[in-house]
Design a binder for this molecule. Structure first.
Ligand SMILES: Nc1nc2c(ncn2[C@@H]2O[C@H](COP(=O)(O)OP(=O)(O)OP(=O)(O)O)[C@@H](O)[C@H]2O)c(=O)[nH]1
Length: 307
């Protein structure tokens, strides 16, 4: 484990570093609180620090206070090293944000044991964070395609719309992309190949997104693309890219090449619609695209399909 030592007294620092290196820790040494704080602010900061209480420039307690005010979900484990053995001092140290303390002169066995307690807590914290991140990912992503799920893409749309209202930029469009006759793909090749088509389909759409577009799986074989119109692009041309990327070449699967086309219904935001109104309008346009023969784009509010 990487451990930071902040200790101005040379003898004590060398002894401490020697013991820690002997038990296979990677030690970073600093001689004052200000330098220690700089090390602890780095993105690759050590997970555990042993801070002397009395140091020049900035004392150990001040380092603890400042580290505890930093925004991070991986706070370091902080052990105060102190000649102050009084109960009141120890309580003040722990109250101030230290995780543990070690009284000088320290006993190497006790030092090792306290480091081990810290290591266990750091490990538990890492496991907790990994589980939390996995849960957050699960709650917002579709397990089959890895895209944003229905809830997350709706949230993204709500956020984008409120951003548009505040900043009045160039606008935004929402497209619902639906694979044509997907039931036939399942019936012809089987459900597993259907799943494979959905995954590859997602990757193809993804590779045609611009950095500021959003893509999510709305459900089944229906996908939603949110496209900010910051380049004053022709909306139809923007969605034509997705349509062509799918229909220009069949999708390779374990069962061979599966030709697929899509229909897209697009709604351009016109300053007053909310999420539901946008989606309803895009869905109606999609219905028209399907009725008109599929493999095409229909824009909501467009009298003629014009495709
Ligand atoms: N393999 C697979 N199939 C799915 C999944 N979700 C939905 N489907 C299938 O998608 C098909 C959708 O069929 P329909 O709603 O009739 O639509 P369609 O056949 O694509 O016809 P149109 O949309 O009218 O062109 C159904 O057969 C569903 O079982 C999935 O996760 N995996």
């Amino acid at each position: 484990m990487r451990i930071l030592i902040a200790e101005d007294d040379l003898t004590s620092r060398v002894a401490l570093a020697g013991i820690l290196r002997k038990i296979d820790h990677d030690v970073i040494e600093t001689v004052n609180g200000a330098d220690a704080l700089e090390v602890l602010k780095r993105p690759d900061a050590p997970a555990l620090a042993i801070l002397d209480w009395m140091m020049p420039q900035m004392d150990g307690m001040e380092v603890v206070r400042r580290v505890r005010s930093l925004p991070t979900d991986r706070p370091p484990y902080l052990i105060m090293l102190t000649a102050k053995g009084e109960k009141a001092d120890i309580v003040a140290g722990l109250d101030g944000g230290a995780d543990d303390y070690l009284a000088k002169p320290f006993d190497p066995g006790e030092l090792g044991a306290r480091i081990e307690v810290g290591r266990r807590l750091i490990e538990m914290q890492a496991q907790f964070l990994a589980a939390r991140n996995a849960l957050a990912h699960e709650a917002t992503h579709d397990p089959l395609t890895g895209l944003l799920n229905r809830r997350a893409i709706l949230d993204a749309l709500a956020r984008q719309l409120s951003r548009e209202r505040r900043r009045h930029p160039d606008g935004l469009a929402v497209g619902i992309c639906d694979i044509d006759h997907f039931k036939l793909v399942n019936d012809t090749y089987g459900h597993l190949v259907g799943d494979e088509v959905l995954c590859r389909f997602a990757r193809i759409l993804e590779s045609n997104l611009r950095p500021y577009d959003f893509l999510g799986r709305f459900g089944g074989e229906e996908f939603v693309v949110i496209t900010p119109l910051i380049e004053h692009l022709n909306v139809r041309m923007l969605y034509q890219r997705f349509l062509s990327a799918i229909s220009d070449r069949p999708i390779p699967t374990k069962a061979g090449q599966v030709p697929v086309t899509i229909s897209i219904g697009v709604k351009i935001w016109s300053a007053d619609e909310d999420v539901d109104a946008m989606l309803m309008a895009a869905d109606r346009a999609l219905y028209r695209a399907k009725s008109a023969g599929r493999n095409r784009i229909c824009l909501a509010d467009e009298f003629e399909d014009g495709y």
